[in-house]
Ligand binder design. Sequence first.
Ligand code: PLP
Length: 428
Amino acid sequence: MLYKRSSQLFAEAEKVIPGGVNSPVRAFKAVGGTPIFVKSAKGAYLYDEDGNRLIDYINSWGPMILGHAYEPVVQAVIEKAKLGTSFGMPTELETQIAALAVAMVPNIDKIRFVNSGTEACMSAVRLARGFAKKDKIIKFAGCYHGHSDSFLIQAGSGAITFGSPNSPGVTAGTAKDTLLATYNDLENVAALIEANKNEIAAIIVEPVAGNMGCIPPNKGFLEGLRQMCTDNDILLIFDEVMTGFRLAAGGVQELLNVNADIVCFGKVIGGGLPVGAFAARAEIMDYLAPLGPVYQAGTLSGNPLAMAAGLAMLQALDSDRAIFKRLEDKTAYLAAGIDKVLKANNVTFTINTIGSMISIHFDAARVVDFQTAANGDNETFRKFFHGLLQEGIYIAPSAYETWFITDALTYEDLDFTIRAIDKISKTF
Ligand SMILES: *Cc1c(COP(=O)(O)O)cnc(C)c1O
């Protein structure tokens, strides 16, 4: 396949946009070449500016769980747009989506909407610090919680792909309040808590990690964090920006039956429009302005187009709970197919999956944390990525990213992908 017009468009973009992209993960820096420019998308497919059709395994990095241009979402946005696109005043729609989210997700009473996952996590941590009246937080190496200052310490996918786990511009003062722990390692967390007695406001974690490839929690890991938080008066924050409304209607809290104190959302909750949200029991949420002392705000928060898209998406998921099993089945089918052909072609690899998330690491060892994720062979990944691109299959241009399975993907699409991987991996 040719990607000529995309290259030309990228050259134009580079003149006026840093690196030609508005988010670094879209660049092809880690794999070489130039990004693909999208013209449109429908269902499981992207259509690019060169007229190529690509099977999409990124799906806008997660939101499009029902496939692109899902009709009820598109219709909801069109209808709302005709009635005005922003008011900066309350609408009934905000209460409707809030009520549905609170009904779908266990263990939350109230939810506040923002414009991105970054904002959700940033606000959740501020709320946790204000509520707990302590300053420090613990985060895990390889977990990504958006690009706000407190989190750009060993921050997963994007930051790792570009070799800057710790960003300049984050002050030493901010960095010192973020303690770094190892994913799936409870002893490490216990030692940090012990060394910082009564100073830790919150532990923030991706309850299923998705930004260093897909890494499910070891049995007992989340339960252990829950117990330590309860014992030490620390708030547990689940960053479910990726997993919320994806791994189950109620996210990982429901799937693995562990309760967090504050939960962050993004991606699926916005149906493809810019939405994030954070939620907790009333006692914590009422600590926010205008009721409480912790300030948080947004001119476009609860925007009617975004809320209409999000509500249509949540209604679709709520009324078809079988979807989560369907997605899991497809993921398992794809994983088994890839496993078979890679083994037949003597490739060294590990596949991790949970629900509709899957990732392939080109290393033999079990991938359980950032260190084991980083051991993958980048040269093999580069060949794999470009091989897939030539076959008309789009995965993220980084070995640290999860693939997302959507309801729009057919078993024919999955078979096509497995055959393509068989062909490519013969040339490794
Ligand atoms: C994508 C992501 C974020 C950031 O969300 P944005 O909408 O990109 O700001 C935060 N946390 C997790 C787990 C994510 O996957």
